[in-house]
Design a binder for this molecule. Sequence first.
Ligand SMILES: CC(C)(COP(=O)(O)OP(=O)(O)OC[C@H]1O[C@@H](n2cnc3c(N)ncnc32)[C@H](O)[C@@H]1OP(=O)(O)O)[C@@H](O)C(=O)NCCC(=O)NCCS
Length: 326
Amino acid sequence: MIRSQIIGTGHFLPEKVLTNKDLEQFVDTTDEWIVQRTGIQQRHMANDGEGASDLGAPAALRAIASAGLTPEDIDLILCCTMSPDYLFPSTACLIQSKIGASRAAAMDVNAACSGFLYGLSVANAHIQSGQYKTALVIGSERVTNILNWERRDTAVLFGDGAGAVVLRAAEGDRGILSMFLGADGTQGNLLIREGGGSKYPITPENYASGLRDIIMKGQDLFRRAVVVFGGAVQKALEQNGMTSDDLDVFIPHQANVRIIMAAAERVGLPEEKVYLNINRTANTTSASIPIALDQACAEGRIREGSIVLVASFGAGLTWGSSIIRW
Ligand SMILES: CC(C)(COP(=O)(O)OP(=O)(O)OC[C@H]1O[C@@H](n2cnc3c(N)ncnc32)[C@H](O)[C@@H]1OP(=O)(O)O)[C@@H](O)C(=O)NCCC(=O)NCCS
């Protein structure tokens, strides 16, 4: 059986760090509030003039190098992002040009914070169908550029960053073992940014009326997230006939420590198997899982043969999970 094996990982976090204490200087918030409610201590922030493609390109090059390949070896590029450089052309095309992957087809995938799981699934399907052999899946977000710093409920949650994986068709039992995706469009208003698209284009009136802002119903989203994210984790185990004992590490989307630990508890997964980096990166939306995968590999938490569970939830609503034998 042909499986998609992850043969390379990479990530890129901008040098500039904004701690909660830094935020206290210009947002009506406190370090204590942010840490208690979310687990976030700091976030990275890109430089002026940088977009998602500027973070995604170095992450992609690192993943390709770690796979022992060159950009010319890539058949397909998927860039998962909800903060693309432009509405079009796609950020995937911009990255293709930046890294010189001239043979690759390229497109963006937008499932907000579940983007990476959706992108992974699309790449996996292309590989299993035999259409492509080598795919690059990037999660890249320049979210701090689309935040309104006066809205403290969302300003404190997000950070910039990018992560990438290289998938390759391979025989054997290593690779993606299962994929599960879900969506509930009726809950789209829990987390939404209406302005800047075709319905509410950028006009002075729309800008002034706050349509450029990310609007979040935090408590409702929290409650839904616990249900759908926990459900996605459970589904992944069921699909594989596994229990939490079979898992070596759980790499969750890093949105909120309390949501992550509720999902872990639901399937009896001990704390030491949960990989957390939210304290250092905040919520980097579709980049959070590939960043964490690369860091977990570098730290020896993921090794050849490890059974890795990844799961996410995000605006849409969207959610997903996958179990990978590394
Ligand atoms: C956002 C979140 C941390 C807020 O925590 P919460 O316990 O629900 O807090 P609430 O929204 O009830 O607000 C409690 C109080 O804190 C205040 N508050 C909100 N943001 C604040 C901030 N950044 N700093 C200080 N106080 C803040 C509120 O105004 C409210 O004050 P009040 O009681 O005087 O009215 C939580 O709802 C959450 O994590 N939701 C899910 C968000 C998420 O995961 N988003 C990404 C999806 S991928």
